[in-house]
Design a protein around this ligand. Structure first.
Ligand SMILES: [Zn+2]
Length: 264
């Protein structure tokens, strides 16, 4: 049965092992974390005054790239909202700005409709206004998914590698060629034998097998994976992982239901 073992956890980064899973399941979890877990991002911007040196489109693009702290219990996807996609406080939030130069405009200068919802990193500079320049805008954020646009991705990186089973058999003559050949330093000599100290660092380059003259090393790919995911700041990465698994479960249940309804 597939199992998740968390190795290291921070708000913005998680390293975990997925045991006993098929490659399809491992890849589904990776893809769901990147493209199915929704987060808030700026989706359109009204410009009332813009006398800065930047075109409206450039500013709007920069704003869309700013991660927003997202509370998934507070917002609904617009198409699932009671407003039927028109836009209301249940599915969108406004950030207002009215500033004059000389000034560097930071993410923290925007006033949110809800003080609980703000940009994840408030010291990100957006643009610089010189003397006499003014910017008055309203930026509206909504929930979206990474498969629609990368600004809605809750993870900036999410990848895994296979953790192999490295076997050293009795043909080993202790030549130690594998210790010097391995670029990831995964072998060591322990109690007169060659031992594997950290198989999760193996990149499957097979240099150890090439360097071993008696052919004593065997690498078996098991159904274990080491995942690394880094968040954008919109959601804690552990929440992204759990939400991704919940979404996959719902999708699988709906798929099963559809299949069971086929009359054969
Ligand atoms: Zn709504």
């Amino acid at each position: 049965m597939p199992k998740i073992e968390i190795v290291k956890e921070e708000e913005s980064k998680i390293i975990f092992k997925l045991h006993d899973a098929s490659p399809a399941l491992a890849n589904s979890i990776r893809r769901a974390m990147k493209s199915l877990v929704p987060v808030l991002a700026i989706d359109y911007v009204d410009f009332y005054v813009n006398s800065s040196g930047f075109y409206d489109e450039m500013i709007a693009h920069r704003l869309a790239m700013l991660p927003i702290k997202t509370d998934l219990s507070r917002f609904k996807m617009r198409e699932e909202c009671v407003c039927e996609g028109v836009g209301c406080p249940n599915c969108q939030i406004s950030f207002r700005l009215n500033v004059e130069g000389p000034k560097v405009v930071y993410a923290k200068d925007f006033i949110s409709d809800d003080p609980e919802i703000h940009f994840a990193f408030e010291d990100i500079p957006v643009l610089e206004l010189f003397s006499g320049q003014q910017l008055m805008i309203e930026a509206v954020a909504r929930l979206g998914r990474g498969k629609e646009h990368s600004k809605f991705q809750p993870v900036s990186a999410c990848y895994y590698r296979i953790i192999p089973d490295i076997e050293i058999n009795e043909k080993c003559d202790l030549c130690k060629n594998c210790i010097s050949a391995c670029p990831r330093s995964i072998f060591e000599e322990r109690e007169g034998k060659i031992a594997v100290k950290n198989p999760e660092n193996c990149s499957l380059c097979m240099e150890c097998i090439r360097s071993c003259e008696p052919k004593a090393i065997r690498i078996v790919e098991k159904n274990d994976y080491l995942f690394v995911a880094e968040g954008t700041g919109a959601l804690p990465v552990k929440e992204v992982l759990f939400k991704a698994i919940t979404i996959l479960k719902e999708k699988a249940e709906n798929f099963n239901k559809s299949l069971s309804e086929i009359d054969v």
